[in-house]
Design a protein around this ligand. Structure first.
Ligand SMILES: [Zn+2]
Length: 265
């Protein structure tokens, strides 16, 4: 037990939501109250990754209005059809204009049909180079693509990052960890049927896990198909604590410290 445990203003543990699309239109009607609800719950920092050049302004605005929202700049593989080569220059320019905590959200998606793989790979590799050149960690989106993500990470050395919404094997997790990565856990493992994720959530070293909501997506079990929100993070942490048989204070302390060290917060 640490003597100097970080707490939020109301004495609750301090959490970092390492992946929140808080700029999404789903929050347009109540973003202020949802931000306040998150802060009250202890979620004092949200990392807000961009997904395409077209939402850089929205992410920048959310991060300017809310002191706890910190941006990451990148081009997401699911929007591959909208990316242009010159958008890579826009990523570099945005990094120069507003220093992010990471390059993201970037990666590869082999689950969604119709996303051209060669183009995805091109944008992924080019953005790894941007992260390497700016000494920034990366926020990775990967579906059915962990081995391909890892292949390029071994070649282009970035200062670590987060395998967001990780859902791979224990061996793939170990390979990410070797390369300085943390595994992002959120609403998905709160579902009792998520056996692989629940096993990983218990077996992985706590020091290699960071928490995230991916709001407004990946709702936890108690929300069902509704909108996810950063304020849910402490309850997600409580599920992790229960699965591991430790206190939620310890989960908060370790995961917050891990995120701070990785993202230099
Ligand atoms: Zn995302």
């Amino acid at each position: 037990m640490s003597q100097n445990r970080e707490t939020a203003p109301h004495g609750v543990p301090f959490f970092i939501d390492t992946h929140s699309h808080f700029d999404a239109t789903e929050f347009d009607s109540d973003r202020e109250s949802e931000y306040a609800r998150a802060v009250t719950a202890g979620v004092g920092i949200q990392i807000v990754p961009s997904v395409a050049h077209s939402n850089f302004d929205a992410v920048a605005e959310v991060c300017t209005r809310h002191p706890g929202c910190l941006p990451a700049w990148g081009l997401h593989p699911m929007y591959i059809d909208t990316h242009r080569r010159e958008d890579l220059d826009a990523v570099r320019a945005q990094i120069a204009a507003q220093r992010p905590v990471a390059v993201g959200e970037i990666g590869l998606d082999l689950f969604v049909r119709g996303l051209d793989f060669a183009t995805q790979e091109y944008f992924y590799v080019e953005q790894l180079k941007i992260a390497r050149d700016h000494e920034l960690p990366v926020l990775l989106h990967g579906r059915r693509a962990n081995d391909l993500l890892l292949k390029h990470l071994r070649r282009i050395r970035v200062p670590g990052g987060i395998a967001h919404a990780f859902n791979g094997s224990a061996q793939q997790a170990a390979e990410f960890i070797k390369l300085g990565f943390k595994l992002g856990f959120g609403g998905a493992f709160t579902w009792t049927r998520a056996l692989n994720l629940r096993r990983l959530a218990v077996d992985l070293p706590l020091e290699s896990i960071v928490l995230e909501t991916d709001s407004p997506d990946i709702p936890p079990a108690w929300i069902g198909h509704g909108r996810n929100s950063p304020a849910e993070l402490p309850r997600i942490a409580a599920v992790l604590a229960e699965l591991r048989g430790i206190s939620v204070d310890e989960v908060a302390e370790v995961t917050t410290r891990t995120a701070r060290t990785l993202l230099r917060l």
